[in-house]
Design a protein around this ligand. Structure first.
Ligand SMILES: Cc1cc2nc3c(=O)[nH]c(=O)nc-3n(C[C@H](O)[C@H](O)[C@H](O)COP(=O)(O)OP(=O)(O)OC[C@H]3O[C@@H](n4cnc5c(N)ncnc54)[C@H](O)[C@@H]3O)c2cc1C
Length: 492
């Protein structure tokens, strides 16, 4: 039987500013917001949205923001946005979405670049409202935080207790749930693994709407399907993170190299000898426009974590051509990108397209695989973006779904361009270059670090997950049986 939807109660295409959603009409697959007067007939068919501690909205500004990300290339428009006031809200709305076959995408800070946190005609769950930090347990050196908490805020709280997450991303305004869904790489990874390797417990809501506590000892299959699981099986609502003692101050070195092989070999030496707490590296263009300026970034932690840094011992045997060094408070080191980010925002570059390439290369091929990519790139194509190349240690990477090559020292290789948003030809060229670079890396056993913009098929995802694929696919069917969660990743 067909029925005529109420014009006043059904809001497809209608702009509702700041109104909370009250119901969903399964017949027309459209939503109703408060402040509208439903017709009697349509009202009777309306599935009422569960009572929530937070808010569910469908105003134009919220939907437009949820159709964007840091890449500014992909735009999928949801039909509603949940700002949960509690984990129960996430449970209630995921169950509601199951009842009505609505896809769901969790979103932290929206810093993915290729639509991974977006969903067409579904529900976006903005986790920023789940940002509680604490309790912190000094005995076990852990802190429990809401998934929407930003790492910068987590670090501020833990540092007041002399503790820090062992690994932090270079940019710390990312959500805990967002980076735990992808991995979370920083220059401390050679010592501690990546962020997902430093999680004691999670509270998650599965795709079926079940609130579950999981850890390596309890529901471990779910725990391992969620960490670096790209939001496929559950929404993280809370994480208990392991902490280590924090230094008060650090010594920060920038060592210059004009030759890629020497740069890579010295990074390798530093990581093998574990001389520094942090080892990173950037590559920039010289005056002639060739990407031949290699800057090894190394950081030694001072007391109470390590001894006062000894320059001669730390730099022994390195073959750099120049050095800059500075002593700074630990938090200033963690937040070192803040001035750069502020200037990029002020100059309008933050809203540029970001067709990012993020790969993890086998260490013994790091120079050979990155060199052709660098040779083909021009400074104009990179724009105000950056290039990173630095090693991790494979034996510290313990999370099954964080995919890295089978090599003792895999290298993270990031080419992070910022492209004028209206230059679609330039964006397409970068996406094609990303694809070619990925194929060369994959043929040598490399993987992608899945935060960037590489056109990827379902078969590519199977290659990416390799031996972990059957377990991920099985977990997907078990925990998200209606396949509603995080379609923007394009995996299932
Ligand atoms: C300027 C900048 C600097 C960066 N620096 C680094 C870096 O140094 N190291 C590094 O590793 N990465 C870095 N990244 C990449 C970053 O880690 C990822 O983009 C990360 O996913 C962003 O976190 P977010 O909170 O913005 O997540 P979002 O982009 O909002 O979400 C990421 C993915 O996880 C899913 N998701 C989000 N929250 C949850 C949740 N609670 N439960 C389940 N799934 C969820 C989303 O649906 C999406 O698929 C950087 C990105 C930018 C833009």
């Amino acid at each position: 039987m067909s029925r005529t939807p109420s014009r006043r109660s059904l809001l497809r295409g209608l702009t509702v500013v700041g109104a909370a959603v009250i119901g969903f009409d399964p017949a027309t697959r459209s939503w109703a917001a408060e402040g509208t007067q439903p017709d009697t007939g349509a009202d009777a068919a309306l599935a009422t949205v569960p009572r929530l501690d937070g808010t569910l909205v469908m105003d134009e500004a919220s939907l437009a923001a949820a159709s964007e990300d840091y890449g500014h290339m992909v735009h999928h428009r949801p039909v509603a946005v949940l700002r949960p006031g509690s984990a129960s809200d996430v449970v209630a709305m995921i169950r509601f979405c199951n009842d009505h076959d609505l896809p769901v995408a969790p979103r932290g800070q929206g810093h993915q670049t290729f639509g991974q946190a977006q969903v067409q005609d579904g529900l976006v769950i903005e986790t920023a409202t789940l940002a509680e930090i604490g309790p912190l347990c000094p005995q076990s050196s852990t802190v429990t935080v809401g998934a929407g908490a930003k790492w910068s805020d987590v670090a501020r709280v833990t540092l007041a207790h002399g503790l820090t997450p062992p690994v932090l991303t270079d940019y710390i305004e990312l959500s805990v749930g967002g980076t735990l869904s992808v991995g979370g790489i920083g220059g401390q990874a050679h010592r501690y693994g990546v962020q997902v390797d430093n999680v004691a417990e999670l509270r998650v809501v599965t795709g079926a709407g079940e609130l579950v506590r999981c850890s390596p000892a309890r529901r471990s299959d779910l725990f391992h399907a969620v960490l670096a699981g790209l939001g496929q099986c559950a929404v993280i609502v809370e994480a208990t993170l392991r902490l280590v003692r924090a230094p008060e101050r650090v010594r920060h070195y920038l060592l210059t190299y004009h030759d890629l092989e020497t740069f890579v070999e010295d990074q390798r030496l530093l990581v093998e000898e574990d001389r520094f707490a942090y080892v990173g590296g950037q590559i920039s263009a010289d005056a002639g426009g060739a990407f031949r300026v290699h800057t090894l970034e190394a950081v030694a932690y001072g007391p109470p974590v390590g001894p006062a840094p000894d320059d001669a011992a730390l730099l022994r045997g390195l073959r750099h051509s120049g050095v800059e060094q500075a002593d700074l408070p630990y938090f200033d080191f963690l937040d070192r990108l803040a001035p750069l980010v502020a200037s990029l925002k002020e100059a309008g570059f933050w809203t540029y397209a970001h067709p990012w390439l993020n790969l993890i290369l086998p260490g013994d091929r790091a120079a050979a695989l990155s060199a052709p990519v660098l040779d083909a790139l021009t400074p104009a194509e990179l724009g105000p973006g950056v290039i990173q190349l630095y090693p991790m240690r494979r034996d510290r990477l313990t999370t099954p779904l964080f995919r890295a090559p089978d090599d003792p020292l895999p290298y993270l290789f990031d080419v992070l361009p910022a492209t004028p948003p209206d230059d679609s030809a330039a964006v397409d060229r970068r996406l094609a270059a990303n694809r070619a670079a990925y194929e060369a890396a994959a043929a040598a056993g490399g993987t992608q670090y899945p935060v960037g913009s590489i056109p990827f098929s379902r078969e590519d995802w199977q290659t990416q997950f390799g031996e972990a694929w059957p377990r991920l696919a099985e977990a997907k069917w078990r925990y998200d049986p209606r396949q509603l969660l995080t379609p923007g990743q394009g995996i299932f």
